[in-house]
Design a binder for this molecule. Structure first.
Ligand code: ATP
Ligand code: MG
Length: 290
């Protein structure tokens, strides 16, 4: 039997599906080893006080509200649809999608009011209903649990409200996106009444998650610079404190090391090259501890 005496933080993650791989991967990147994860309902870590429950994603908000799990990883779409009491502690940057309304291509559409009286197939009745209310539109919501995109084609509904990432599924089914109800990504959620020990374990986990996320957004850059261009090149590089500068064996040249953010990455590289930098190496960073 696994222990459940409060000495471990219990996290609920999806058992299989789109969030499973990234959730397990995130824990791994946080240095948390999990015992034989496949085909288990729960497991624990030998090197971190964590116990993992593998569940249907729909059930995760309820488990966290009830405190059966202390924390969970779930899509914001599911969290809002279930409307449970659990707090978001961190956006995790994966499982990105949006809940959108889509109509058959060629069907007349002139804003949300065009949905009045329509039959809308969706797995997200709560959110679709509040969206329509907000826009003062009455429509007929048909809740179905999957394959929503085929509903108009088989005459079950006039329009759909479904999750979209690239839009290719909608396209293949002759549908076009007309409204976005919410943008979503996977988030870490927590029970609202954790005790001090649980909060401490959560903070340790969060510290690691943030270090991993930060590392993914940054690259380690090494380059060679002629000494007479050094000042200009250094001024382009932020670094964690300031760039590291080391002399090269060839006189008149230095090696410069720094960290670049992905948002400004290409722009900076172009400027560095233009300023005379050579042999630019870019290396991924595993963790960034600030
Ligand atoms: P479960 O068996 O756990 O109930 P599911 O079939 O409800 O799984 P998945 O299809 O595995 O759910 O999707 C899980 C989550 O992945 C979604 O709730 C959403 O947050 C996210 N997601 C990201 N992109 C997409 C997409 N294109 N379509 C559907 N979900 C997506
Ligand atoms: Mg589900």
């Amino acid at each position: 039997m696994l222990s459940n005496d409060g000495s471990r933080l219990r996290v609920a993650i999806q058992k299989s599906g789109r969030l499973y791989e990234d959730s397990v991967q995130l824990l791994k990147e946080c240095g948390i080893d999990l015992r034989n994860v496949k085909d288990r309902l729960r497991t624990e870590s030998d090197n971190f006080p964590l116990e993992v429950f593998f569940l249907r994603d729909d059930d995760i908000p309820q488990y966290v509200e009830d405190g059966v799990a202390d924390i969970g990883i779930v899509g914001e779409n599911v969290l809002y649809e279930k409307n449970k009491k659990a707090d978001i502690v961190e956006e995790l940057g994966f499982g990105k999608c949006r809940l959108s309304i889509a109509i058959p291509r060629g069907q007349y559409y002139d804003g949300v009011s065009s949905l009045r009286g329509k039959r809308i197939a969706t797995s997200y009745p709560f959110m679709v209903n509040s969206y329509l209310k907000q826009h003062n539109v009455e429509a007929d919501i048909h809740e179905i649990s999957g394959s929503v995109e085929i509903a108009p084609g088989i005459g079950l509904a006039d329009v759909v409200a479904d999750l979209v990432s690239s839009g290719s599924t909608l396209f293949m089914n002759g549908l076009k996106e007309v409204e976005t109800i919410i943008q979503s990504q996977a988030v870490l959620i927590r029970n609202q009444s954790l005790n001090a020990d649980q909060i401490e374990m959560l903070n340790r986990l969060l510290f690691r998650i943030r270090s991993v996320k930060k590392a993914k957004r940054n690259k380690y850059v090494l380059l060679n610079a002629p000494n007479d261009k050094l000042q200009e090149i250094i001024s382009l590089l932020p670094g964690m404190k300031s760039p590291t500068v080391l002399p090269l064996a060839e006189s008149g040249w230095s090696s410069v090391h720094s960290v670049l953010n992905e948002d400004e990455f290409w722009e900076k590289i172009e400027k560095l090259k233009a300023a005379g930098a050579q042999g630019i190496l870019v290396v991924p960073i595993e963790k960034m501890v600030m």
